[in-house]
Ligand binder design. Structure first.
Ligand SMILES: NC(=O)c1ccc[n+]([C@@H]2O[C@H](COP(=O)([O-])OP(=O)(O)OC[C@H]3O[C@@H](n4cnc5c(N)ncnc54)[C@H](OP(=O)(O)O)[C@@H]3O)[C@@H](O)[C@H]2O)c1
Length: 323
């Protein structure tokens, strides 16, 4: 029997497809005793999960419900294998990315302000915004009240499970895609991250969709932001620390670029933080993957990994192999 600790916050019926031979044990940060488990599915809320771990004994395998697992190695140490839920959040996060790009290019944040003010003629603020953010020197008549995604160049920094899904969803827009990952490859053409600086000036939209690691921390700093085109859109669907927040605040306040962030550094973003009041910025509070399909998909991925583990087959989504 393999003992699997799962978040007590989840309804047990969601785990009905788990393989036979599993004993399911609800675990939580509120427990007043320790429990022995072989496999741990941490609560999707990092804080809750971190407070739960000290109550667990014997964990050999962690099956995260998330794609980003950056807090887990430091919590469980090197002798535990860690798998993520690679693939489970492709659709939700890619849809968020498309929505964020279109919302910014169609000026939805401005139009929501206008709707709330109830003043129709304020729509001409959109053409002032267009001139300011793009640096368009020629007068455009009739005034521009939104932009088009079609024909633009979109850079994907990170070309893994979610990056590929974003590309699939972008296909009908007939955009040029620039792909960047750790390692260069062909078919399709993917550039190495060492080429990032030379590619940034070519992109109208830069999408960050890579893990938070020691290497990716501050990948987008003052220099990279400075290399972006006037009015280019930075979309961070990855993790806050990939972008240098101070440099981003400065670049946004200078009116150089626009940005859409689902993730920030720090997170949660405290009240009064300078990011909240930057111009040309859309913030959503880390909601990209949080759809009704989140839990069933993540648990399906965990169930498949568990089945492999119990049969002694190679695991599919290892982010840390136990030493
Ligand atoms: N906003 C949200 O709610 C949300 C939801 C889900 C996921 N995420 C974030 O999205 C990330 C990506 O998820 P995924 O499932 O697509 O991961 P994945 O399949 O593992 O792909 C990661 C991609 O990032 C690239 N990469 C890694 N380190 C890099 C670096 N230092 N510089 C450039 N590229 C680098 C990898 O390059 P190679 O291909 O060369 O290895 C790979 O292409 C997750 O780690 C998580 O942080 C956010």
């Amino acid at each position: 029997m393999v003992r699997v600790g799962y978040p007590a916050t989840l309804r047990a019926e969601l785990l009905r497809d788990f393989p036979e031979g599993v004993e399911l044990i609800p675990v939580s940060d509120k427990m007043d005793h320790d429990v022995e488990v072989d496999v741990w599915i941490p609560d999707p809320y990092t804080k809750v999960a971190m407070q739960t771990y000290p109550h667990l004994r014997g964990v050999k395998l962690v099956l995260s419900m998330l794609a980003g697992t950056e807090w887990i190695p430091g919590t469980v140490g090197p002798h535990v294998t860690i798998c993520n839920a690679r693939g489970a959040h492709n659709i939700s996060t890619a849809e968020w990315t498309l929505a964020a790009i279109l919302a910014m290019l169609k000026y939805f944040p401005l139009y929501l302000d206008i709707q709330r003010s109830g003043v129709w003629k304020r729509r001409f603020e959109a053409s002032e915004h267009f001139v300011r953010i793009t640096g368009e020197a020629n007068e455009v008549y009739p005034p521009v009240l939104g932009e088009e995604l079609t024909g633009k160049t979109v850079m994907l920094v990170g070309y893994g499970a979610i990056g590929k899904e974003i590309e699939r969803m972008l296909a009908p827009f007939d955009v040029e895609i620039l792909r960047v990952a750790r390692n260069a490859r062909t078919e399709p053409n993917v550039h190495a991250v060492s080429e990032l600086d030379s590619l940034l000036p070519k992109a109208d939209v830069v999408v960050l969709i890579l893990p938070a690691t020691a290497e990716s921390k501050g990948l987008i700093g003052a220099r990279q932001l400075g290399l972006m085109r006037q009015g280019a859109l930075l979309v961070n669907a990855a993790r806050g620390p990939v972008v240098d927040t101070d440099a981003l605040v400065e670049t946004l306040n200078a009116g150089r670029i626009r940005a859409a962030l689902d993730v920030t550094d720090p997170e949660p973003l405290p009240e009064g933080h300078p990011l909240w009041s930057c111009p040309n910025l859309l913030i959503t509070p880390h909601v990209g993957a949080s759809t009704p399909q989140f839990t069933p998909r993540a648990l399906k991925t965990a169930a498949e990994e568990l089945r492999r583990y119990m049969k002694g087959e190679p695991l599919q989504n290892i982010v840390q192999a136990a030493v």
